[in-house]
Design a protein around this ligand. Structure first.
Ligand code: PLP
Length: 465
């Protein structure tokens, strides 16, 4: 399998190169040259297989000859041995035709672990084979950071620097990043919001010299391997619910558009998905784009679902490329407009295509809290605020997607957001065993201004590659 960039200026790369480089050198995002297909017959046979076995069959279509089958099977097994549920991503039924897909059974209690645990394995393998060391820099809205740290904390080939918006992640999220106490792991509290952090990381990637010197690489959802690993649970959950003999819908609590783009890829591969529902919090840029065809940045609002407090949804560029029939010139024009005017307008044809596959909705803070309460009352399930945004939107759009079963993604464990929950239900969810001492541990992090040169300096000083 060969990979190409959405901006069209980069050469074709192998999976291994895409894994290690993250962002394309022309500023775009990598995508496979063609979408591999899974036949109906293969999908039927998946019903007999474990999560790990399906993961192998799906992802090997993308990894080419980077790993031998035997090595890849072993890596998948190790990655998911850190999960505390045998099904890895189990389904819970809420009501007739509405299901929750629990993605928070990994080591840091959010869906980011599903991809990151495997990326840790894939990096080790590729770096060891090529005798390389790299520096991972990533921006986090709360969950990517700890997931990346957990994936690389035992590596002597990877330095990790995580930029998080100071004061804008939950205490549990921050402590998961600041209490690891490993020489190769660094938490940077940036005076700014997530979009500032993401923009700093992008600047680092566009600084050729710096990129070379520290051997910079990225594991944000712009890294194709993240998206690839997330395709798997859309397929396993669909198959568990009777696909391909029936159709299915998904609602995805959305921030950077990585997770829901993985669902779109699953559809491209042949999974009979009817509608993909984009669920936003008050940062509703994608919902507005679907309604109006205009992608227009507004000021970021701080909400009780912090991991979705994002205005610039990086992965949307991948969908744009698809909506414009893979013609880079339209993506380039849109991205230029975004930089110069803070917005771009989609063609009528592209909007029509967008609306064919996707629905969207957004939830206010009040509705999110009300949904948490109601889900606990009605079904005995305590959900995190991100999941509640998904449930609220899925419930609201019921008439638009009809009788086809709906799967809403439960993206984080409620115990990661005790403060948000305290205000709406009387109980605080208990942290799982491995985090019982989280609040007695010593925190270490570096506070930095939203300044490119300051941060570059900090990273250079602490990096040996
Ligand atoms: C990252 C995250 C999201 C948003 O996922 P994207 O792939 O960025 O759209 C939603 N919920 C939680 C809990 C997250 O950590």
């Amino acid at each position: 399998m060969k990979y190409i960039s959405t901006r069209g200026h980069d050469k074709e790369l192998s999976f291994e190169e895409v894994l290690i480089s993250g962002l394309a050198r022309d500023g775009g995002l990598y995508l496979p040259k063609i979408w591999p297909k899974i036949s109906e017959e293969d999908m039927c046979s998946f019903a007999q297989l474990s999560y790990q076995e399906i993961a192998f069959k799906v992802m090997r279509l993308f990894t080419g000859d980077t790993f031998s089958d035997q090595e890849f099977i072993k890596m998948i097994d190790i990655a998911y041995s850190s999960f505390d549920h045998e099904a890895i991503c189990p389904l819970v039924q809420l009501s007739k035709n509405h299901f929750l897909l629990e993605l928070f059974h990994g080591p840091t209690l959010a869906f980011k672990d599903v991809a990151m645990q495997l990326i840790g394995q894939m990096f080790e393998s590729v770096l060891r084979k090529n005798k390389l060391k790299v520096t991972v820099v990533a921006a986090t809205s709360g969950d990517t950071g700890s997931a990346a740290m957990a994936a690389f904390k035992n590596s002597d080939l990877v330095n990790v620097f995580i930029l998080f918006p100071d004061g804008r992640v939950s205490d549990v999220q921050r402590r998961q990043m600041t209490t690891l106490s490993r020489p190769n792991i660094h938490a940077l509290a940036v005076q700014g919001d997530f979009d500032d952090c993401q923009s700093l990381v992008k600047q680092m990637f566009n600084d050729g010299d710096f990129r070379e010197t520290v051997k910079l690489t990225g594991v944000n959802s712009i890294n194709w391997a993240r998206v690839m690993s997330q395709i798997v649970y859309f397929i396993t959950s669909a198959v568990a619910l009777g696909v391909p003999k029936r159709r299915i819908n998904f609602t995805v609590p959305t921030g950077n558009f990585g997770d829901i783009f993985a669902a779109y890829v699953a559809k491209k591969m042949g999974l009979p998905i009817d509608k993909l529902v984009i669920a936003s919090n008050q940062n509703d840029i994608l919902h507005r784009t679907l309604k109006t065809g205009i992608y227009n940045k507004k000021t970021l609002k701080q909400t009780i679902s912090p991991s979705m407090d994002i205005q610039v949804a990086s992965n949307f560029e991948r969908l744009l490329y698809e909506l414009y029939d893979r013609q880079s010139k339209f993506v380039n024009a849109a991205m230029d407009d975004l930089i110069s005017d803070g917005k771009f307008e989609m063609s009528n044809q592209a909007i029509t295509k967008f609306r064919k596959d996707f629905l969207s909705g957004c939830a206010s803070e009040e509705l999110t809290l009300q949904t948490i309460k109601q889900t606990l009352n009605d079904y005995g399930e305590l959900v995190c605020p991100h999941t509640a945004v998904g449930l609220a939107v899925a419930n609201n759009l019921r008439e638009d997607y009809g009788d086809v079963p709906m799967v809403t993604l439960a993206t984080a464990h409620p115990a990661k957001f005790p403060d948000s929950l305290k205000n709406c239900i009387s109980q605080t969810p208990e942290l799982p065993k491995q985090y019982q001492d989280l609040f007695s541990k010593n925190e270490v992090f570096i506070q930095v201004k939203n300044n490119f040169n300051d941060i570059k300096k900090i990273i250079s000083e602490r990096t040996t590659v």
